[in-house]
Design a protein. Structure first.
Length: 103
C-alpha cells in the first residue's frame, strides 16, 4: 500500500465489459522527503488506478496494487493492477504532521 496524489482521469470508451462503469484515475505516488522529513514529495512516476471510493483530482489517496488490488468486493472480478482504497486525511511521521487534508 502507498500514498499517491490523484492528478487526472482516463476516459476509455472501448474497454472490456467488466470495466464498464468503473472510474479510472491517474495517480502519482508520493513519499516522505528524505532530506527534511517534513513533507511529502512525488517519486516521479504515474499509474492508472480504479477508483472505488469517489476520489477527486488533487486528493491524496491510499493505493494498493498487484493481486491485492483484486481483494476488495468491488474489484474481485476485475482485470486490474491498482485500486484506490482510501482518501488520506493526514500523514504523521516522527510525531510531526507532514500532510493534512484541507476541508
Amino acid at each position: 500500500m502507498f500514498v499517491a496524489k490523484v492528478t487526472g482521469a482516463v476516459v476509455s470508451t472501448q474497454k472490456t465489459k467488466a470495466m464498464v462503469g468503473h472510474k479510472l484515475m491517474i495517480v502519482e505516488p508520493y513519499r516522505l522527503d528524505q532530506e527534511t522529513r517534513q513533507n511529502m514529495k512525488p517519486v516521479g512516476r504515474t499509474f492508472v488506478a480504479v477508483d472505488t471510493i469517489g476520489a477527486g483530482e488533487g486528493e491524496y489517496v491510499l493505493i494498493t496494487q498487484g493481486s491485492s488490488a483484486r481483494l476488495t468486493p468491488e474489484t474481485k472480478e476485475l482485470p486490474i493492477d491498482a485500486v484506490i482504497i482510501g482518501i488520506v486525511d493526514s500523514v504523521h511521521v516522527d510525531s510531526q504532521c507532514v500532510y493534512k487534508r484541507e476541508d
